[in-house]
Write a protein that binds this ligand. Sequence first.
Ligand code: NDP
Length: 400
Amino acid sequence: MGKVLIIGAGGVGTVVAHKVAQNHDVFTEIMLASRTKSKCDRIADDVKRRYGVEIKTAQVNADNVQELVTLFKAFQPKLVINVALPYQDLTIMDACLEAGCNYLDTANYEPKDEAHFEYSWQWAYQDRFREAGLCAILGCGFDPGCTSVFTAYAAKHHFDEIQYLDIVDCNAGDHHKAFATNFNPEINIREITQKGRYYEDGRWVETGSLEIHKPLTYPEIGPKESYLLYHEELESLVKNFPTIRRARFWMTFGQEYLTHLRVIQNIGMARIDEIDYNGQKIVPIQFLKAVLPAPEELGENYTGYTSIGCRIRGIKDGKEHTYYIYNNCSHQEAYRETGTQGVSYTTGVPAMTGAYMFMTGQWSGAGVFNVEQFDPDPFLKKMGESGLPWHEIHDGDLEL
Ligand code: NDP
């Protein structure tokens, strides 16, 4: 139990604020800080109105370690939940070390000037967190996060050896906009337009962007064209479960979305380098973000479901076994509860759940951890009770 500080007041930050407030017995004092304080105040007002829980708010530039340290020392949180952008991971980790706070995030570090993400930058903090007796929990959203915990749960209860892992992420929702991204547009477009990559027989295989695709059938949704992408949890899962022979990640996209994406790329609006515009330096993808709908504003008319899970093949008691564990989340129910859509909801609920695990001592340790390194059982129990129930299919057709 203790104080928690949330950084980032976007779609995910909104859900985390609601969920933390719903567990006020464990998160005894709550602060929400972000670049734009008025956004924090709006969320805090909504939370106060719904649950009667007080959230303090603050303005902070999370690119600036000293600003963060000053804020952390003044509020003295036990845990900092980073739901700003992946660009801020390292500055927030640095500030946590300096101010003596524990750390949790939902996306691994990515430099602003290179569309490239990997865990090495954050794993490099291992000794510093261990020596300081502090805990850093990496990638505690849905994917990475829940999908990593699903894999750990499968390894603990249903397999002696996981051999094939396919993470499948379907958004069958409709926000009724011509084009919008479900989380930060800049991060989302950078992720999707990079080359595909998967792990097989001890090495990484690179593919063209969205080159490999096939229809996969999602529970209560039906078949959806699914595209192979590189996703960050693959890197830590093949390290932590070395019996895995092949690990892949699939995400669904509609034709309309892909057409918009192709045009955005072709006309140069996905560029991440600075250009000169009327004597002013601008980064095209940042300008694009400014004119696209904000993820936290998509909720009102969003219908349909997300369906995210792990399809696993391996050996149990000498026999081949298949296993599918997944969650389906309704955009409308997410909106009714928190005022945001399902993608923010499915990220924010696991972030709160991981924070709850840490605050209650059910997940602990000094150092830097990926979530699959902790006990999956209490996490999945709490997550199920917190709005994201999960389901299992044994020995079904994985289609993969
Ligand atoms: P948004 O863009 O909606 O929100 C990001 C927030 O961070 C904004 O409030 C923004 O401030 C704030 N911010 C940005 N830069 C700074 C800064 N320098 N200092 C302080 N605050 C800053 O993003 P989302 O809520 O959609 O996503 C949040 C995080 O969640 C991202 O890292 C994303 O990658 C991750 N994510 C993880 C998923 C998972 O399943 N693991 C899935 C979806 C998202 P301002 O409002 O002023 O712009």
